[in-house]
Each structure stands twice: as structure tokens, then as C-alpha cells.
Design a protein. Structure first.
Length: 136
């Protein structure tokens, strides 16, 4: 069984198991199919990093046997859930990247042009930051 228990966490000391293109595509496709979350190539390092300690702790030297155990023909639901949890945990980064704000801005501008109403959107930040208002 694969475990993600913090009490069994090990230090990585910079050792890295690299994910191949095929392995990354397989994980990304599975995650999108099961959760609806798209993992473009720009998220490769995130995926690789989130799985590193678990792979090493369980004696893996590559991603392929780990992937087979989690999403292959004979995968069990507990391992599958662990994979999904590791990838999606704290996946609350919408509106943390510039592209997200550009998308929102374009959406609001388009809506304002169609309805002649300028929507006001409040965006709350961390306590030490000021409230920001986006208006087209």
C-alpha cells in the first residue's frame, strides 16, 4: 500500500526521479478524466515534485511502476485516491497566476460591452493587502 502519512516523510536531499513525457501525459490525462483538472506541460514540475517523496519512500526508481499501481489495470482505489490527493491537494491557485486575471478581465469587459453595465468585482487579498476592485 502507498502511504502519504506525514509521520513517515523522508528527506529528499536533492535526489530526483524524473518523469518521462509518456508518464506525465498518462498522469495528466487520468487526473483530467477523473477530476476535470487540466495539467498542461507547465505543471510538469509541480506533478513531479508532489510525487517525489512518495516514490522514494516506497522504493520506486521511476514513475512507471507507481503509475501502474495507481491507475493501471490492477490498481486499487486507495492508491488511486492517494495519487489524486497528492496532485489536487491545495489546488486552490485559481486567481493566483496572471493569466487568470487576464481571463477574468476579458470576461468582464465582454459582459460590460454586451449589457452596457460595468460590473464591479471585489477581490480579497491576504490580510496585509488592500482590497482591489477590477473594473473594465
Amino acid at each position: 500500500m502507498i502511504s502519504n502519512s506525514k509521520e513517515h516523510e523522508i528527506k529528499t536531499y536533492g535526489l530526483t526521479i524524473r518523469i518521462t513525457n509518456q508518464e506525465y501525459f498518462r498522469i495528466a490525462s487520468f487526473i483530467e478524466q477523473r477530476t476535470g483538472i487540466r495539467l498542461p506541460e507547465t505543471k510538469r514540475v509541480l506533478v513531479e515534485g508532489r510525487l517525489q517523496k512518495l516514490l522514494r519512500k516506497n522504493g520506486y526508481t521511476s514513475f512507471t511502476p507507481f503509475i501502474e499501481r495507481c491507475i493501471g489495470k490492477h490498481a486499487n482505489e486507495k492508491d488511486t485516491t492517494t495519487l489524486i490527493d497528492l496532485i489536487t491537494t491545495n489546488k486552490t491557485d485559481f486567481f493566483r497566476e496572471a493569466d487568470h486575471f487576464t481571463h477574468l478581465e476579458q470576461y468582464l469587459i465582454t459582459k460590460a460591452q454586451k449589457t452596457s453595465v460595468i460590473p464591479t468585482v471585489k477581490v480579497w487579498c491576504k490580510p496585509h493587502q488592500l482590497e482591489k476592485r477590477l473594473t473594465p
